[in-house]
Structure formats: structure tokens, C-alpha cells
Design a protein. Structure first.
Length: 322
């Protein structure tokens, strides 16, 4: 004759002659009702619906039992027992609403800071090779075509590190002091290949006085052309990496500025081309842990997330960013 199993979470009828050690799937613990969540002390699953609570499958296998369970402990006794043997609960925070994210988002008008640039050895060597001929021309003071060009007052000299401003014809006879070499970034040190005065500070590097004398160059040696570049991005739980495929980027003529929600990209690369972009980021970043890496084929902008998690996309939709 079939008997009723009184194990919690089972409630099935069973044949005592065929009752083995894994016949029953039940809950050996006690029910827990806390902050609208319902579950069993023996397992981690929680629900807010009472019907679902009654349907939670047992977590332990054993023999069916036809013995009625003893009367439940009083509330005080049950509470003391649970305190003596706490159960780890998994509480998963759901995604924040768009309105909540917008309220917590820092202003995009915060000051922007230059992100540090790391230049690979392969790019350093390639730039030296590509700039050998231009360096030799600069040593000769070459600025072809300037005599015929119309130079207006207030124009700045285009030679690297020279800050002279064109005042009139007499400015063309002044001596220009500049760097004919290429910038080198190696193991934290920054210097020009033509003089090798090394520093670790990027601002100090940009302020280094020129090491060579020659003619001022009041016109661009080649028209800069703004062009689009292929972009991509990927993420981990802690970082977002934006990739710009710009061949042979020039570190000294490029910059990436950022605050906690916006990134401003300006990249000069092979052929005197320029890529510019401004990203209104989906999430918030830590500026002090973000940086830029340059290799011959691309520029990677690594942004450290302010809090771990997944971004739905790289940039905010226009409707939210306005």
C-alpha cells in the first residue's frame, strides 16, 4: 500500500518496499520569509511569489519518510537557529534605468585632461625611418614655396617647438630655433631624436626649446586633410578599448583628451591626414587609469570603467545625450 511522504518539498506517494536512498528529493532546511523574499534555508533560490515558493524543487536526495514532522519551532527559536548558522544569499542587482543613469551621470562640461600616450618600439623605429629625409631637409632650412605664398600677420611658425609669430617682412629674416627630429617615447622617457634631452613629463617635453637653427616656415609643408577612419571597440568587465585604424600615427601631433563621460580624439597620421572624433560615452570612466597606445597600424584608447559591468553600447543615443 502506497504511503504519503512527509519530507518538505516532496509530498509524493511511495511504495515502502521500493524506498531507496535517492527516491526522495526534498528540503532538509526550514522556510525563510525575509523582505518579501521566500525560500529554504538549505538552498539559495529565492522568490517573491508564494506559489513559486511552494513549487521550488528539493535540493537533497534521500529516503521517503512516512513520519509526520514535529511541530515547528517558535519564531524566536527559529530566528536563533538561523543566526547560529547563516546561509549565504545571492543578491543580484538588476540594470539601472536610463533615468537613474542620467541622474547619476557627471556633467560632460567637466574639464578634459590629456591621456598619457604609450608608443610601441616598432612605431618609434618606423617613424625614424620615415622622417629621415624630412629631417635632412629641415637641417637645410627648407620651406619650399614660401616666397610666393601670402603670409598674414599673426601666423605662427610651423617648425616644431618654434613659437614665433609673423609680424611682417622682417620676420622672414629672423633665425628659427626648432627640432628637426622626430619624437621618441621609450620606457617612460620622452625626447626628440635630434637632441635627446630626456624627460618623463609630457608637458615638459612639449616645452623643450629647439636644438637647431634655420629659417622660419610660415606655411604648412603640406595641407592637412581630415579623413574618416575605421573604428571598433570591445570591452571587459573593467575596461572599454576603442580602436582607430590610422596608419603610422604621429604621437607628438596627436592627442586624446577626456573627462569622466566624454573623449575628444585628435590623431595625425601618415600622409598628413587627420582624424577627429568626440565620443559621448555610455558609462562613466576613471581618467587616471585610462591611457592611449600607438602601434604602426592603429591607435587604441583604453578607458577604465568607474564601476565593473557591461555597457550596452559605446556611446549614448542622441536622445539621451542632448
Amino acid at each position: 500500500m502506497a504511503s504519503l511522504c512527509y519530507n518538505k518539498g516532496c509530498g509524493q506517494r511511495f511504495d515502502p518496499e521500493h524506498n531507496v536512498k535517492d527516491s526522495c528529493l526534498y528540503h532538509p532546511g526550514v522556510p525563510i520569509f525575509h523582505d518579501a523574499l521566500k525560500g529554504w534555508s538549505c538552498c539559495k533560490k529565492r522568490t517573491t511569489d508564494f506559489t513559486e515558493f511552494l513549487s521550488i524543487k528539493g535540493c537533497t536526495k534521500g529516503f521517503h519518510s512516512k513520519e509526520k514532522p514535529p511541530e515547528p519551532f517558535s519564531q524566536e527559536e527559529t530566528s536563533d537557529k538561523l543566526k547560529a548558522k547563516p546561509v549565504e544569499e545571492l543578491i543580484i542587482q538588476g540594470p539601472k534605468s536610463a533615468e537613474k543613469m542620467q541622474q547619476e551621470r557627471p556633467s560632460s562640461d567637466e574639464p578634459r585632461q590629456l591621456l598619457p600616450i604609450k608608443v610601441s618600439r616598432s612605431l618609434e623605429q618606423l617613424l625614424k625611418k620615415l622622417n629621415l629625409s624630412s629631417e635632412n631637409e629641415a637641417l637645410e632650412g627648407s620651406c619650399a614655396g614660401e616666397a610666393a605664398a601670402q603670409v598674414t600677420a599673426g601666423t605662427t611658425c610651423k617648425n616644431t617647438a618654434c613659437k614665433a609669430i609673423y609680424q611682417g617682412r622682417e620676420s622672414k629674416t629672423e633665425v628659427c630655433t626648432f627640432h628637426p627630429g622626430v619624437p621618441v617615447f621609450h620606457e617612460g622617457m620622452k625626447y626628440w631624436s635630434c637632441c635627446r634631452v630626456k624627460t618623463t613629463d609630457f608637458s615638459a617635453f612639449l616645452e623643450q626649446s629647439g636644438c637647431t637653427s634655420g629659417q622660419h616656415c610660415w606655411i604648412e609643408k603640406g595641407d592637412k586633410k581630415a579623413v574618416p577612419c575605421r573604428q571598433d571597440w570591445h570591452q571587459t568587465s573593467s575596461q572599454v578599448v576603442v580602436t582607430v585604424y590610422a596608419k603610422n600615427p604621429l604621437p607628438a601631433l596627436s592627442s586624446v583628451k577626456s573627462n569622466r563621460t566624454t573623449v575628444e580624439v585628435y590623431i595625425t597620421f601618415e600622409g598628413n591626414k587627420i582624424f577627429q572624433a568626440e565620443l559621448d560615452l555610455w558609462g562613466v570612466i576613471k581618467i587616471e587609469k585610462s591611457f592611449v597606445s600607438m602601434v604602426p597600424a592603429k591607435v587604441e584608447i583604453t578607458l577604465c570603467k568607474a564601476s565593473p559591468g557591461s555597457w550596452a553600447r559605446l556611446e549614448l543615443p542622441q536622445s539621451r545625450s542632448q
